[in-house]
Design a protein. Structure first.
Ligand SMILES: NC(=O)c1ccc[n+]([C@@H]2O[C@H](COP(=O)([O-])OP(=O)(O)OC[C@H]3O[C@@H](n4cnc5c(N)ncnc54)[C@H](O)[C@@H]3O)[C@@H](O)[C@H]2O)c1
Length: 361
């Protein structure tokens, strides 16, 4: 009997598949694991755009050597609280983990660690690095620049990336506040999904080639000009533009990496030049300030979650709550449910790289 049950992929199996793919293009085991841990965490949390969905692009970049899978980051300049790192065109997770671990070490010694990297690649979920600091009882922040996709307010062309930022603040008993967001109104993946569904774009997501708001998903996708968080000037899109620029100043300009329109375009086929992305990793020991930070965070969270909702069936959520709920649903279901076209991409990757295909539960 044909089953209509969804095909689920266990988290460990998804990770195994990704590691095998990376190793097939000569990425060392430890780097393959670091990159797979990051990608599978995004799928587990429900951010499919930054999980398995990105695997093919990384593999293509590695296969044509526009990313160096074996590169180890190097410190160029250091003080007790800061470090300037060259990622030497290594994998984003390898550079990111190295830099955040260095920032954590510094924060534990002198209260704060601020590490800037140049020469990096796409580093996935910005929140991944904030979580790393939170796991050590620290407040963590991370930001990265990306390929240009956002049109500045009043502009016809893209001059900033989707430039995400994250802040993680630990509370007691594993609770937290974890903000992790692009500074465009939506990620480009959401435009792709509307296009696949043949659905219209809401106002404020994307522009047409003349710089006007478009509701046409096909046109929005081909133009490649997302609007900043907030949308048009009238609805305060310039604040999203300002935040995106702030991210690029702290990550790209400060690290000496490429920034703004200097950053290359990135496509599924891979890129023919190094990305040279800039990233920043900040860890702060809250014990340097008022005592009992985590207890006050718990109280803070309770106050916000406790506000009466407009719709009683939809309680107020805090940043990070949706992702925690998603992880719990994946765990309860026993695996991640990928879209059919994602599974097709995985099957063709397995064939191309001659590795064991994804197994289902
Ligand atoms: N490396 C890159 O180049 C790059 C670029 C862009 C985005 N990203 C990543 O993509 C992921 C998705 O980004 P996004 O901007 O689409 O995220 P999103 O819009 O889904 O969520 C943004 C934030 O809002 C919170 N949130 C969601 N619904 C909420 C609600 N109802 N109430 C309160 N808070 C709520 C989420 O917990 C999250 O912290 C992130 O992990 C981001 O870092 C990476």
């Amino acid at each position: 009997m044909a089953s209509s049950a969804p095909k689920l992929v266990a988290v460990a199996e998804s990770r195994r598949f990704m590691i095998d793919c990376f190793k097939a293009v000569k990425v060392p085991q430890a780097h393959a694991e670091a990159q797979a841990d990051l990608l599978v965490a995004a799928d587990h949390r429900g951010h499919f755009s930054h999980g398995m969905n990105r695997l093919e692009m990384y593999i293509n970049d590695l296969a044509i050597n526009s990313t160096d899978g074996g590169a180890e980051p190097k410190v160029l300049k250091e003080t007790p609280a800061t470090a300037w790192v060259d990622g030497l065109n290594g994998l984003g997770a390898v550079v990111g983990n190295y830099c955040m671990d260095l920032a954590i070490k510094k924060a534990k010694t002198v209260g704060v660690g601020w590490v800037c990297a140049k020469g990096s690649n796409h580093y996935g979920m910005a929140g991944w690095y904030a979580i790393r600091a939170m796991e050590q009882g620290l407040v963590g922040m991370s930001m990265t620049n990306t390929s240009p996709l956002m049109a500045p307010t009043r502009a016809k062309e893209a001059a900033l990336g989707t430039n995400p930022l994250s802040l993680g603040a630990p509370a007691t008993n594993g609770d937290k506040f974890l903000l992790d967001m692009a500074t465009t109104a939506v990620a480009v993946g959401k435009i792709e999904i509307q296009r696949r569904k043949g659905a219209a774009l809401p106002d404020g997501w994307a522009q047409d080639p003349n710089g006007n708001i478009t509701n046409d998903a096909e046109l929005g996708f081909s133009t490649g000009c997302l609007m900043p968080l907030g949308g048009s000037e009238l609805t305060s899109g310039y604040k999203g533009f300002g935040l995106g620029a702030m991210v690029d100043i702290l990550s790209g300009v400060m690290s000496g990496a490429h920034y703004s329109t200097q950053v290359r375009k990135w496509t599924h086929a891979g890129a023919d030049s190094a990305a040279d992305l800039g990233q920043v990793f900040i860890a702060v020991d809250p014990n340097c300030f008022a005592p009992n930070f985590e207890e006050r965070m718990t109280d803070f969270n309770a106050r916000l979650r406790g506000v009466e909702p407009t719709d009683p069936s939809k309680p107020v959520l805090l940043a990070g709550d949706k992702e925690s709920q998603n992880m719990a649903s994946v765990d309860a279901a026993g695996g991640i449910q990928y879209l059919e076209n994602q599974l097709k991409t995985c099957a063709s990757l397995a064939e191309k790289l001659n590795i064991k295909p994804l197994a289902f539960n």
